[in-house]
Every structure is written in C-alpha cells, then in structure tokens.
Design a protein around this ligand. Structure first.
Ligand SMILES: [Zn+2]
Length: 437
C-alpha cells in the first residue's frame, strides 16, 4: 500500500468509530465510547514501535518516539522534546454515530453530492478552497452525519508520521511525545492532562483547518455572572414598592452595546455574550461569556458590564446588582511570543512540505491555549479538514498528506536548529522544564 492509501485507510477506520463527546456530562471522559478509539490507538502506537505507550485512568493516551539521532551527530542529546497532540472526540451537536466516510477520487471541481442525504450538497460556489482541489481525493461523510476530520484527520496524521519515522531512519527527529485526548469539543480536553508526565518542551496540536494554517493566537476568555436582587410583594399591592429583578435584568442586558455581540462581530473584535438567564421577581441572574484577543479589551468589555450594573441600580431604586468575573483561559500569543521559534519552525516545515504558511487566530479557545497558559507552549497546526462541526465536512487526502510531511519536516527543523545553536536551546525561553519537575 502506498503512503497515501495507508493514510486514507487509517483515517477512514478512525472516522467510523463513534467518539461523540457530551456536554453537561460529569464523567470523564464525558462519554465512555471515546475509549473505543483511544484503546485502539494504544495498539496502533505499539505496532508502530513507540515506547511507554499507555492509557491513563482518564483516557489520555501517551507514548514516546525515542530520538533517532546518531551518537556522533552534533545535535545528539540537544534536541528539545516535541509534543504532538490530537483529540479523538467529535462535536456533540451533529450526529456522529455510524459515520460512512465517502471517498470522491479525482475531484472534478463541481459540487459534491453526498449519497446518504440528497439535501446535503457541498457546493463548489460556497467553498472557495475547493477550487484548488481539482484532481485530488476528497473525503466526506455520506451526508447523514459529520465526518469527524475534526480531529481524526489530526489523529491519523500523527500515527502516520510515527510510522514514517519507523520506516525511514534517515528522517531525523529528537524525542517526540504523542498524546491523544478526549473531550476537546466540550472544552474539557486538558482537564486532567498531566503536563509533567507528558514531559514535552514544546507541543503542537494538529487540530487546525486548511492546508498551511498555523494558529498561534486564541481568544482570552472570562465568564461573568450578573445577579440582580429585587423585592417581591403581592402584585395587587405593589405600587411603588415592588422591585422586579426580572425586568431590571432584562433592561440591563438590553442596555449593553448590541454591536458587541457574537452576532455582530468578527475578525479581531471581542464580544459580550449572554448565554443563560434564570430567576424570578426577587432574584434573577444571567451568565455571560466575555471574549477578546487583548487583555485591555477584555477589561473594557467587563467595564461595560459593571457600568450597566450601576446604571440599573440608579434607574431602579432598591435593586442591587452584583457582577462577578471569573477568568477562563488566556490568549496563547503572549506566551508564544517569548519563544517565536516555536511557530517559525512550524512555518519552515510547512514551506518544506511545499505549501505557503499562513498564521491565523482562533475566535475561541483550543486545548493549546490552556496548555500554553500552564507553561507548555502549544500552537495549532493544520489537519486539512474543512467545515468542522457540520455534515458538510470535507478533507482532501493530499492536504492530510501535507500535514504528515509538515510533522516530519518540523522534527527535522528542530534537529537542524538545535545542531546550529548547540544545547543552549533547551535552557532558553519559558523555563517550563523547571516548573514542571
Ligand atoms: Zn478539533
């Protein structure tokens, strides 16, 4: 089997396994079925000759690819340990069981009809990126489910890369740690992730989208809770006495700038997003998400909220309004900018794989934003998949192949740079090695 066909075969096999995560679940992983794929990955990594292959009590699978740098090579012992991560779970809100991967060979540039549901058509006119995929092999679902290229493309690419290392000892790499994780889609992917045990110096999630993309920036996120305390009295005798918390809170939320919501913002604009509301006349509360790429704007958005709270207290005599803000995760950009080489080497790897690197920002968080905050710098590499969280997901096999090549080149770039710079590279930068142990 050629490399391409074995990558296709592997991806299709993973895509067929139902690994949907569940919001609101209190167990970990959020669904037990994620262990089906995690367990079979343990076998696949052992077959590829990795060491220390293990699944822990939470379901995290970790393994080591030992360095293959010869003892007389100038970079021997000097290359930092690179981590590669991908998540096995699929999005909770689109059907993810009985996925039937559908392979469209020699794509002709037209619309992609999906065999399981005539109403689901991937239209070339809606997908500018499809234009560059003529002649490629495109994989979709049959239209009744998502495909799960998010992130089984990343999983398959990492496993394929470790096979290539096994089969071609001339492709040099330092020590590499691999991790497959559950529950990324429900925002709990790193909840029990043991950074110390993973023991990588820097890491990359392979969970991005179009070919060549490298994401080194995410939102900074807080959550806010606004609680209004009013005064309930019998409505028949309420004149000049009742303070209705329901009305105060509604008024307060509508007084927030309506152009700073998710519906009204894009690119680099942050937002205030009320996501739930509960209450009665005596007390009402709203939960909001606060999102921005900068700490300044985050504070500014939170000030809008506290200003609205004071305004409501002045307008409604007797009402008291409390605003509580909790930090959630932080933009990885700041941490990563202290070690620019982590992203620069990835850009070089994309170029060597034959594509143009493009830096992007995620209007959300990734497992990498949480890991970067905890000291393990983790930008996001493309996996090749498009239209994530949709029954119209598609991924070109050639882009998946480019992701495998990018991983292989990335390890080689780290070897070359470590050779050029001597072993000092290990001690420079964030000092995560020290924090960890
Ligand atoms: Zn993902």
């Amino acid at each position: 089997m050629t490399d391409r066909e074995s990558l296709l075969d592997r991806f299709v096999r993973y895509a067929r396994i139902d690994t949907q995560s569940a919001e609101g679940s209190t167990s970990y992983p959020s669904t037990a079925k994620q262990r089906d794929l995690l367990g079979s990955l343990v076998g696949d990594l052992r077959a590829a000759g990795l060491e220390d292959v293990a699944m822990d009590e939470w379901g995290y699978v970790m393994a080591t690819v030992p360095s293959n740098i010869p003892a007389d090579h100038p970079a021997h012992g000097a290359v930092p340990t690179i981590g590669l991560l991908a998540h096995v779970d699929t999005y909770f809100d689109v059907p993810g069981a009985n996925v039937k991967p559908t392979v469209h060979r020699d794509y002709d540039g037209g619309d992609l009809a999906l065999p399981g549901d005539a109403s689901v058509v991937i239209r070339a006119a809606d997908e500018p990126a499809l234009g560059s995929c003529r002649g490629m092999t495109i994989i979709t679902s049959d239209g009744t489910t998502l495909l799960g290229a998010d992130d089984k493309a990343g999983v398959a690419e990492i496993v394929e890369a470790v096979w290539r290392w096994k089969e071609d000892p001339l492709r040099l790499h330092g020590p590499v740690r691999v991790a497959f994780t559950p529950d990324e889609e429900v925002g709990r992917g790193t909840e029990h992730f043991d950074i110390g045990r993973f023991a990588a110096d820097v890491a990359y999630t392979v969970d991005g989208s179009g070919v060549g993309e490298i994401e080194d920036e995410t939102f900074s996120a807080d959550s806010a809770r606004v609680t209004v305390t009013g005064l309930d009295v019998h409505p028949g005798y309420a004149k000049d006495r009742m303070v209705n918390a329901v009305r105060v809170l509604s008024d307060l939320l509508m007084a927030l700038p309506q152009h700073r919501t998710p519906e009204a913002t894009d690119r680099r604009e942050g937002y205030l997003h009320p996501v739930s509301i509960t209450g009665n006349v005596s007390q009402a509360a709203a939960q909001l998400l606060v999102r921005s790429f900068t700490e300044d704007e985050l504070r500014q958005l939170e000030r809008l909220l506290t200003d609205a709270a004071s305004w409501a207290e002045r307008k409604y005599r007797g009402a008291s309004v409390k605003v509580e803000v909790k930090p959630s995760y932080r933009n990885m950009r700041e941490a990563i900018s202290r070690r620019p080489e982590v992203v620069e080497y990835a850009e070089e790897a994309v170029r060597r794989a034959g594509y143009v690197p493009r830096r992007g920002s995620v209007r959300g968080g990734t497992d990498g934003s949480r890991l970067s905050e905890r000291g393990l710098l983790t930008p996001n590499l493309f996996s090749g998949g498009m239209n994530f969280h949709s029954r119209k997901e598609w991924v070109p096999l050639e882009w998946m192949g480019a992701a495998v090549e990018t991983i292989l080149h990335l390890a080689e770039v780290w070897v070359e740079k470590s050779r050029d710079q001597g072993s000092g590279i290990r001690d420079r930068g964030s000092g995560i090695g020290d924090q960890r142990r």
